[in-house]
Design a protein around this ligand. Structure first.
Ligand SMILES: Cc1ncc(C[n+]2csc(CCOP(=O)(O)OP(=O)(O)O)c2C)c(N)n1
Length: 687
């Protein structure tokens, strides 16, 4: 086993490390589920990072200048929970004993907002390290924006541990490439090079030279040949911290399930409990009492108290620094507080533009650009960019510089063609209290689905801007034309999918976006023009804040309800006017955000969509999936949507080809009315 500790201090360190190991083994065994092997092998590394290098205060997990730690191999969650317990966070032994049980803070994978000290939710491999890049970006931006000579109030470091799985996932490459390009010297990743994954030895599927790969990304790379060599680990981290040009990767050669006589270096140590007998043998190897479970020695408890006191001192020192800063720069200090609390300055909404009625109108991607640029002066930490399509998504901040290496005050981000990492990076930025936005073509939201899902899971208020929102994008054809994306994103809990019909709906929705503190949004915007409705003739755009509202109505109870989103609302309005002339009483409901509508009172929903009116038609240039919840079963209402992939053609040809015309909406309304809102309506889609 390990070299004998030389000094008393070393003895204590070994005791703490073994406590991390044994707590993790015991918790996994009790849960009869989980991953013991990696906590056992990485305990010395994690301990060294936390004990020797990280500044944190367990009593205030939101302290702005704390160092960040990300366990990207989230399946090794017990490593983090054990550490959090031993360093004084609000994770009790009882929480650890209920690992993986209902309502426990110690969930199967670390969950942001559930266990104090967990900086980001991890588990989907590769996401954690990519998120850590966003945290490092945030530190650079915040430091450049807020720090003043002699007042370095933001200077935190970001540490992340990754396993073979994270390294194999493409997102780690995207994110590392970006981090290297940006020269994020505040970022240190550790690669747990244990050669074991679920199916066995990594030789089955992974033979690349990780060190060479990261050198190619412009990273500073070191290797620690023995995960139990505390001195070597400490020295390498010290060098990484002193590195001032590049992010650092420290490759740590380790043995999964270290100390287990029969399971070390095998995939059996990865994803299942060691077994009672094996745990006993392993504990004996550690010099531990094999009869003790969930045992925290007295000296380790005392260590916990010392860490708590140290944490309070760190924050105290920072608070003093901040007071001095506040005296010299009261406005900046106020801004920092606003940002930390996600507050908007009073009356900020006055900056939101109102667009005059205009039959020709403009694409919502263009109105979005105007709105975004109206907000940014009020809100300096609203920053973001696109995955190389900024000129198409129109998401540049006018007059702002680019965020580049050593130009960290830029507000225009160039994420490169890395949608997956873009979204994960934005997660890290938002977790650091910036208000980031990302942008790309809607169809490529598929590439971002995993980090987008994590944003929803964490209730992390990232603004995901998607343009080119339907077949309406035209000639680029089916590879670029989203169909099922709207339905699939609407199925995601905690996500507001907003597809505004015109510029004023969009402007109003930005009020909601900026004032909400914990919901990610997906803004779905057109490439093609949409008219700006005459709000004197039709209802005010404020209705959009309720997710769906009556835009145009009949006198008395309507015979038929036409509902739609985005660029198809104009077709509903056109059909409404025609039907009106023909004596049919129609209502138009614009539905920019289903989730917001569903959050309204039952009375409001009934007012907008009275249950007594069964003749209903929905119009949306996307999958028909889901519309039956508003239109009723297929034998009651009509759904105009897209049931195939699109086609390459000019939009003027595509919309009629796929049934998106006023006349088709009128015909469908009549068909539904003729059937008394009861019989089967013809299936819509490509005509
Ligand atoms: C994106 C993703 N794919 C698959 C999994 C399932 N999974 C969990 S751990 C693991 C193997 C990871 O191996 P490694 O990173 O070497 O972890 P170690 O065995 O060293 O603990 C896999 C495939 C996952 N969590 N995330």
């Amino acid at each position: 086993m390990e070299a004998m500790p030389k000094k008393k201090k070393d003895k204590l360190e070994q005791l703490i490390i073994n406590t991390i190991r044994t707590l993790s083994m015991d918790a996994v065994q009790k849960a009869n589920s989980g991953h013991p092997g990696t906590p056992m092998s990485l305990a010395p590394l994690a301990f060294t990072i936390w004990d020797k290098f990280m500044k944190f205060n367990p009593r205030n997990t939101d302290w702005p200048n704390r160092d960040r730690f990300v366990l990207s191999n989230g399946h090794a969650s017990m490593l983090l929970y054990s550490l959090l317990h031993l360093t004084g966070y609000d994770i009790s032994l009882n929480d650890i004993k209920t690992f993986r049980q209902l309502h426990s803070k110690c969930a199967g994978h670390p969950e942001y907002g559930l266990a104090p000290g967990v900086e980001t939710t991890t588990g989907p491999l590769g996401q954690g390290v990519a998120t850590s890049v966003g945290m490092a970006i945030a530190e650079k931006w915040l430091g450049t924006y807020f720090n003043r000579p002699g007042h370095e109030i933001i200077d935190y470091k970001v540490f992340a541990i990754a396993g073979d799985g994270c390294m194999m996932e493409g997102i780690s490459g995207e994110a590392a490439s970006l981090a290297g390009h940006l020269g994020l010297d505040n970022l240190i990743w550790f690669y747990d090079n244990n050669h074991i994954t679920i199916e066995g030895h990594t030789a089955l599927a992974f033979s690349e030279d990780v060190a060479a790969r990261f050198m190619g990304y412009n990273w500073h790379v070191q290797r620690v040949g023995d995960a139990n060599d505390l001195e070597m680990i400490e020295e390498s981290i010290g060098r990484a911290i002193n590195e001032t040009e590049q992010p650092s990767l420290i490759i740590v050669d380790s043995h999964i399930g270290f100390g287990s006589p029969n399971k070390q270096d095998t995939s059996a140590a990865h994803g299942e409990p060691l077994g009672e007998e094996e745990i006993r043998k392993t504990k004996i190897n550690y010099g531990w009492d094999p009869d003790k479970k969930f045992y925290v020695p007295k000296e380790v408890k005392e260590y916990r108290e010392r860490v708590l006191r140290k944490g309070a001192v760190y924050e105290d020192e920072w608070n003093k620094k901040f007071l001095a800063y506040e005296r010299e720069y009261p406005d900046l200090a106020k801004k920092l507080r606003h940002m930390e609390n996600r507050e908007m300055p009073k009356g900020w909404e006055k900056c939101l533009p109102e667009f005059p009625a205009d039959a020709k109108g403009l694409p919502t991607r263009s109105s979005n650009s105007k709105i975004l640029n109206a907000i940014v002066p009020e809100y300096p930490w609203l920053i973001g960019g696109a995955a190389d399509v900024g000129s198409s998504t129109k998401t540049y901040i006018d007059g702002a510089t680019s965020f580049e290496k050593n130009m960290y005050d830029g507000r225009n981000f160039h994420f490169g063609i890395r949608e997956n990492a873009m979204a994960a990076t934005a997660n890290g930025m938002a977790l650091s209290k910036l208000r980031p936005y990302t942008a790309c073509y809607f169809v490529f939201s598929d590439y971002m689905r995993a980090p987008l899902r994590l944003a929803c899971l964490m209730q992390n208020p990232v603004i995901f801007i998607f343009t080119h929102d339907s077949i309406g994008l035209g000639e680029d054809g089916p590879t670029h034309q989203p169909v099922e994306q709207l339905a699939s994103l609407r199925a995601m809990p905690n996500l507001d999918v907003i597809r505004p019909a015109d510029a004023n709906e969009l402007s109003v929705m930005w009020r909601y976006i900026m004032e909400d503190r914990n919901r990610p949004v997906a803004l779905i915007l057109t490439r093609q023009n949409v008219p700006t409705f005459d709000r004197k003739k039709y209802a005010p755009a404020e209705g959009a804040l309720k997710g769906a509202y009556i835009l145009a109505d009949s006198k008395g109870k309507p015979d038929v309800i036409l509902m739609g989103t985005g660029s198809e609302v104009q077709l509903c309005l056109g059909a409404y006017e025609k039907l009106k002339k023909q004596g049919t009483k129609a209502r138009v409901v614009s539905m920019p955000c289903w989730s917001l509508f569903e959050a309204q009172s039952k009375d409001y929903r009934e007012e907008v969509l009275p249950s007594s009116v069964r003749a209903r038609v929905s119009v949306e240039a996307g999958s028909t999936y889901g519309w039956s919840r508003y239109v009723g079963a297929q034998d009651q209402g009509g759904v105009i949507g897209v049931t195939s992939f699109g086609e390459s053609a000019p939009v003027a040809d595509l919309f009629p080809e796929f049934g998106f015309t006023v006349d088709h909406v009128v015909a469908k309304a009549k068909e539904v009315l003729k059937n008394g809102g009861k019989k089967k309506a013809k299936k819509s889609g490509k005509k």
